[in-house]
Design a protein around this ligand. Structure first.
Ligand code: DGL
Length: 278
């Protein structure tokens, strides 16, 4: 095992990645972790491809320079818009031995065994929905029995979470509206992918307006399971990730603000450090 501090990096535009991070801590508690939230530049969901890529690459480089050998993009928008460029163009040139993993592929791989009707709904940020990443990836894994995918962008949900308005009447209104729109377009949907890592933080409200019998795909447990498999298949990377149970939190916003909400969402004592990206 590595003697050096070589944590796993977990990146999101804000608090959403904590829904992935908390599952990683449950499943793989022995590793060291850095959580990085780019709260100052959130939301990413309404930004262009170029900007999301630029911000994500800055964050990944920061995590690499902090010792991370492996970074999980705990953000669908970054996975949709930046992951491919980073994996195919940046890593081979700048960091050939480091790895960056996303959240879309592992989620999509769960779908064939979850849906009985073959009709799936995807909720995500405008960026993720417009990228068509989910329909494209789902089509790739089920070429012979095509799965019908209907998407709905929910641009208000991330600001609701980032501003801790989860229990507000506004949250209920937007959740109800977006779900009604999704199901009016395809009442046969029996599985809904929460395709944004912020959304599980709204799950109490979502459950209230979700039609009976419809199941939600929550990415946190899936990503944690897949990372565990990844380490089994890549023992070299596993050996390079240090395991002393240390957790560090970085945010591009004020540390005080971050700690307040991160404590609430994670249910543990978070002391973050303010950093600058770019
Ligand atoms: N949590 C992110 C995602 O999974 C992005 C939210 C945002 O910044 O718009 O898409």
């Amino acid at each position: 095992m590595s003697e050096e501090y070589q944590p796993i990096g977990v990146f999101d535009s804000g608090y959403g990645g904590l829904t992935i991070f908390s599952e990683l801590l449950k499943k793989l508690p022995q590793y060291d972790y850095i959580y990085l939230g780019d709260n100052a530049r959130n939301p990413y969901g309404t930004r262009s491809f170029e900007v999301v890529y630029e911000y994500t690459w800055q964050a990944v480089r920061y995590l690499f320079e902090s010792g991370c050998q492996l970074v999980v993009l705990a953000c669908n928008t970054a996975s949709a818009k930046a992951l491919r460029n980073i994996q195919q163009l940046d890593l081979p040139v700048h960091y050939p031995n480091r790895r960056v993993l996303g959240v879309i592929r592992p989620s999509v791989e769960m779908i064939p065994e979850m849906t009985k009707t073959g009709h799936v709904g995807v909720l995500g940020t405008t960026g993720t929905i417009l990228s068509e990443s989910y329909p494209l990836e789902i089509a790739k894994i089920s070429p012979h029995s095509p799965i019908q995918v209907v998407q709905e962008a929910c641009p208000m949900w991330v600001p609701i979470v980032e501003n801790n308005l989860i229990e507000s009447p506004g949250a209920a209104l937007f959740v109800q509206q977006n779900l009604a729109r999704l199901f009016s377009r395809d009442p046969m949907i029996d599985t809904v992918i929460l395709g944004c890592t912020h959304y599980p933080l709204l799950s109490r409200v979502i459950m209230k307006y979700l039609p009976e019998g419809v199941v939600l795909l929550d990415q946190g447990p899936v990503v944690a399971e897949r990372l565990q498999d990844y380490f089994v298949r890549h023992p070299d990377m596993d050996a390079r990730c240090s395991k002393t149970g240390r957790r560090d939190y970085f945010t591009t916003e004020s540390a005080g603000n971050f700690d307040l909400l991160a404590n609430l969402f994670l249910g543990s004592d978070v002391r973050s450090k303010h950093i600058k990206l770019g």
